[in-house]
Structure formats: C-alpha cells, structure tokens
Design a protein around this ligand. Structure first.
Ligand code: COS
Length: 390
C-alpha cells in the first residue's frame, strides 16, 4: 500500500519544527546572513527542544526517529533558514558513520556526548584536491603501537570550528585506491587545528572551516568499522544523509515560492496584481510542481531507509532534483520580484544565494547524475549489509 498520510505524531513533530523555524529562526535569519553570525543560541534551543540528534537510537540517548521524520523536520528548519538548519542538522552527517559501523564503546561515549549537551560533530571527507574524487584523498593514518597517527588537511568542513569531535577519512593503504581508506573518530582535544573560516556566498550562518591534523594521535580503538573499509562507510553515510539535503532544498524552494506568491498578489503592473498575468501564473505553477515533486522524491528516499532497503538511486534522485529545483525556484522568485528581487532588502535574494550550495555539498549535481546513471545502467538493487564494527 502506498499512503502519504502522516501520523499524528509526525504531524505534531513537523508543527513543532515549523513553529521553531517561524518564531526563532526567521526573525534572525536575515541579520545572521548579513553578519555571518554563528547561531549558538539556536543550537542550544533546538537541542533543548529535541530538534537535534533525534535520529540516535534510544540506547544512545536519542529519540530513535526514522529518516522520514528527520526529513519532515529538516524541511521546516530550512524553510526558516537553510544556513541555520545546516548548522543544526550537521550532527546527522558526522554521526551516521558512527551509528553504521563504530564499536559499542565509541557509540556510547561519543553519541552520548551529543545527547547529553548541545555539542557538535563534523564529517571530514573533502580535501583541497579530493572533492568528488574521494579516493584521491591524501590524509594518512599510520598505526603506531596502540595508536593511529593522522596527518592531513580537510576543507569545507561544516561546523568544523565548533565541533567537539570529527569523523575523519584517511588513507591506510596508499596503493589501494578506494579500498585503502579507513574511517576514524578524532576527538578535538587530540590536537585538531581549525585553520580557516570560509566567507561564503550563501548559508552564511553555517560554519565552514578547514581542519588540520598534524601528527594527531588517537587510540587504536577509534577506528570506525574495519580497516580499509572507510570508502563504503562514506558512501552508505551519504545514502542516508542526501534525503535530508533534499528535504532542506524543498524547504528553501517552498519559502521562495511563498514569498513570490505573496509579492505577486501585491505588486500591481498594467493595472492589476502581477499574479493576474499568465506569465507570472506559469512561473508560480512550475514552482509549485517542483516543490511537490521534490517532497515526494525526498519522502520516498527516506521511507526506503526506514524500511531497511538500499536507497542509493532514490537518494540521488531526490538530492539532484530537489537541489536543482531549489536553485530554479529561488532564481524564479527573484524574477517575480523583478528589479526588487536583486536588492538585499528583499528576502528572495538570500534564498537564491543559499540554494546554490545545495547543488554542491554532499555530492554535486553532476555526481548525483553519475550515481543515477550507474544505478540505472547497472542496477545494484541488493541491500547493503551494515559494515562490521572494528
Ligand atoms: N553503498 C555501498 N557501497 C557503495 C556505494 C553505496 N552507495 N557506492 C559505492 N559503493 C561501493 C562499490 O560497490 C564499490 O565496492 P567494491 O570495492 O567492493 O568494488 C566501491 O564502493 C567503489 O565504488 P565506485 O566504483 O562506484 O567508486 P568511485 O571511485 O567510482 O566513486 C562516486 C563513486 C564518484 C559516486 C563517489 O566517489 C562519490 O560519491 N563522490 C562524491 C563525494 C561527495 O559526495 N562528497 C561530498 C562530501 S560530504 S559534504
């Protein structure tokens, strides 16, 4: 049976997230965007309300919510501000490899830290010369006695400046390509250096930093999953987090559409509100279809995960379509505003800048198409078993 009806619990969760976005995020979003302000107060409030880390299994202090519930929350938060929602939801990306593959001890200690206090964690995969090409990474981890020694540098790390710990991918066998990458949990106090705070085009309330590891030593048991199995853990993580990005893209597009509708009913040209002109109606109609289909694709990719099924194809469909749609819808919202849309005083200007990163982070629009093409030409419909803990 296919049923898109949400349960009462899901609806009230969505309402709570919407309320938070409307009353707490929206009033500060444009000021935080202008100044690039770190939303610490909102991190603390969202954490208090249970809007963060709610996907953790109950035994590690979470609410054990499903991926669909996560997407409902992420759409609302991003409707408020996608920069702030990126800050609030990034723990999901950092913790997915831990939930998937880490030992019981690591899960208890490090998921526990985030459950017990409003702390953050970051996911460190990308490097200056290894973006889409994950296997090209140069960061290394060398085993010395009962320690791993990590050297290298990771860039574009969301929440990097504020993280308490990091999920870090490093080469443990330089000759083995993607089969020589391992995943580690690195506590910040092991000697991680935060090097550079990026000044970004959009999502300016999110923190993006370079994180450097100079002979950083971590205990041997901080290997996540098996040695040289990190690439698969990273891919399985992205399968689990791309639906959330798609949900955020849906929220951004929806916000832009709402602003465009409101403006088109007020702005009078040729003697009538511009909403009366078919040229504008068709733009609004396309916006509405894109928001609707983005949400459907997002929900489908999340529901498959909740059913324990592999969703590689569907999460790339959702991420690709929703992010491209968010870019198109926000650009069209600026178009509906005409010259005013280009002025910072009008809200759609920020949304258009914010949307761009949705086509870039967690796999570019081109990488999504590459995955979609591979999955379509050579379907791998079997379920991927969870990687074993180290
Ligand atoms: N789930 C489980 N396993 C997967 C997988 C998935 N979704 N995708 C790939 N794998 C496995 C493959 O089965 C293959 O396994 P074997 O070693 O047993 O053969 C292995 O991983 C390598 O897969 P593939 O050949 O597809 O790897 P490529 O090097 O060609 O890379 C892309 C694939 C380009 C898709 C990958 O590098 C990628 O997603 N890049 C983008 C990274 C990204 O999103 N960065 C953003 C950073 S987070 S902000």
């Amino acid at each position: 049976m296919v049923d898109f009806t949400l349960t009462d619990e899901q609806r009230s969760m969505r309402e709570m997230a919407h309320d938070f976005a409307e009353k707490e995020i929206r009033p500060v979003a444009w000021e935080y965007d202008r100044d690039g302000t770190w939303p610490q107060a909102l991190v603390e409030k969202a954490w208090e309300l249970g809007l963060m880390n709610n996907h953790f299994p109950e035994e590690y202090g979470g609410a054990g919510l499903g991926y669909l519930e996560g997407c409902l929350i992420e759409e609302e938060l991003a409707w408020g501000c996608s920069g702030i929602s990126t800050s609030l939801t990034c723990n999901g990306l950092a913790t997915a490899p831990i939930i998937l593959a880490a030992s019981e001890e690591l899960k208890k200690e490090y998921l526990g830290r985030l459950a017990e206090a409003p702390l953050l964690a970051s996911f460190c995969l990308t490097e200056p010369d290894a973006g889409s090409d994950v296997s090209g990474m140069k960061t290394t981890a060398v085993r010395k006695g009962d320690k791993w020694v990590i050297n290298g540098s990771k860039c574009f790390i969301t929440n990097g400046e504020y993280a308490n710990w990091y999920t870090v991918y490093a080469k443990t066998d330089k000759e083995a390509g993607h089969r020589g990458i391992s995943c580690f949990l690195v506590p910040r106090d092991a000697g991680v250096i935060v090097d550079k705070h990026e000044d970004k085009m959009g999502q300016r309330a999110s923190n993006t930093a370079t994180v450097v590891f100079n002979d950083v030593e971590i205990p041997a048991d901080h290997l996540v999953g098996e040695e040289n199995k990190g690439f698969k853990i990273a891919m399985m993580t992205l399968d689990r987090t791309r639906p959330g990005v798609a949900a955020m893209a849906t929220g951004v597009a929806r916000a832009a559409m709402e602003f465009a509708i409101e403006y088109s009913k007020q702005r009078v040209q040729f003697g009538v509100p511009i909403a009366m002109h078919q040229a504008i109606q068709f733009i609004i109609a396309d916006m509405s279809t894109k928001v609707h289909l983005s949400r459907l694709a997002t929900w489908h990719s999340a529901v498959l995960l909740d059913q324990g099924k592999r969703n590689t194809l569907e999460s790339s469909h959702a991420k690709r379509f929703a992010a491209d749609s968010a870019m198109e819808v926000t650009t069209d919202a600026v178009q509906v505003y005409g010259g005013y849309g280009f002025i910072k005083e009008y809200k759609v200007e920020k949304l258009m800048r914010d949307a761009k990163i949705l086509q870039l982070y967690e796999g570019t629009a081109q990488i999504q198409r590459l995955v979609i093409a591979r999955e379509t030409l050579l379907p791998r419909r079997v379920e991927a078993p969870a990687p074993a803990a180290a």
